[in-house]
Design a protein around this ligand. Structure first.
Ligand code: PBG
Length: 328
């Protein structure tokens, strides 16, 4: 073939780094990142999570230091997950709406010390129940939808009272977004937002997180409320409901094995879309990097960029701090 006959040469735009930067379509920034953190009782304690190297359960005093640091790195938001001692767990998760509970005290302390950081609190019962399920269970182990919502509403209200910016229902009960929105509005919390875990799949990628919280379900699995990994249309049905019920931001979780879902969800809504780069996704990269099998920094950036390219406006990631450092 004569070189003159080849008129289209896409490689022209890849010739130099400057050119590649100029035509780059997706730019990951620190503004995209939300940092999930684990808080536990105690003082001066920081315990590494064995299946999540580089991630810690912090006592509140040390968590406050960590949050001050990440705020200085430019991270806008943190998502709080509590490690509840066995003695405070019960069948109904009543500790979840204790106004002096670990989550509530953590929110108050963060808002006092670093008021500008956006605080997101999880709404689901699994850290608080002896059985580890996100909802109430009957004597046969069936997870009860509507009675669970009553507890979730109390939990969301107590988090709002503590000063949270967003409540984030991750429980997958039907109708919880609407119930929580109505209750927040009725109590005057019109500015507390809802980040809805709308398309949350029953995923094996949550394993390390359940180690971190010691919250693995004691019986059965979560497949009667979390979604089947094989379904995409169902995700669109779920987001449609959550939007109609008043969600402000919708989330797809996990992220990496669900990039097609992020893409479809983004196309189906004008709301911001968040993706949760979950614990198992974090652990896989960390493990391969520790073995020297992949270049950790490059793989992290490529992975998070893929989520943004798929359509995620926001990414919850345990890599947030590392990435903020890399991008700064
Ligand atoms: C539970 C909850 C889970 C995660 C966030 N909230 C686990 C689960 O559903 O069992 C997982 C996060 C992660 O794996 O990083 N409400």
């Amino acid at each position: 073939m004569s070189s003159q006959s080849l008129l289209k040469r896409p490689r022209r735009l890849r010739r130099t780094e400057t050119l590649r930067r100029m035509v780059r379509e997706t730019i990951l920034t620190v503004d995209d990142l939300i940092y999930p953190v684990f808080v536990m009782e105690g003082e001066g304690e920081k315990v590494e999570i064995s299946s999540m190297p580089g991630c810690y359960r912090f006592s509140l005093d040390l968590l406050l230091k960590e949050i001050t640091e990440v705020s200085q790195l430019g991270i806008n938001a943190v998502a709080i997950f509590p490690v509840i001692p066995e003695k405070d767990k019960d069948e109904t998760g009543s500790e979840s709406y204790n106004q002096q509970g670990l989550v509530q005290e953590t929110v108050k302390a963060i808002k006092k010390l670093v008021p500008e950081i956006i605080v997101i609190t999880d709404v689901a019962l699994d850290p608080f129940t002896t059985h580890g399920h996100d909802g109430l269970a009957d004597e046969n182990g069936i997870i009860l939808n509507d009675p669970t919502i009553e507890v979730l509403v109390k939990m969301a209200l107590s988090q709002a009272e503590a000063g949270t910016d967003f409540v984030a229902p991750s429980d997958m009960m039907d109708g919880r977004i609407g119930a929580i929105r109505q209750a927040l509005d009725a109590e005057g919390y019109i500015n507390v937002g809802i980040l809805a875990y709308s398309a949350k799949y029953a995923s094996a990628y949550y394993g390390p997180f359940r180690d971190a919280l010691d919250s693995a379900p004691k019986f059965g699995d979560k497949k009667t409320y979390q979604m089947d990994a094989a379904n995409a249309k169902e995700a669109l049905k779920e987001i449609e409901l959550d939007i109609a019920e008043g969600a402000d931001i919708i989330m797809v979780k996990p992220a990496l094995a669900y990039l097609d879902i992020i893409c479809q969800v983004k196309a189906a809504t004008n709301l911001p879309v968040a993706a949760y780069n979950v614990s198992g996704e974090y652990a896989m990269i960390k493990a391969a990097a520790q073995k020297g099998w992949v270049d950790e920094k490059k793989v992290i950036l490529e992975t998070l960029t893929s989520m943004k390219r798929a359509g995620a406006d926001l990414i919850l990631t345990y890599f947030a701090k590392e990435v903020a450092l890399m991008l700064s």
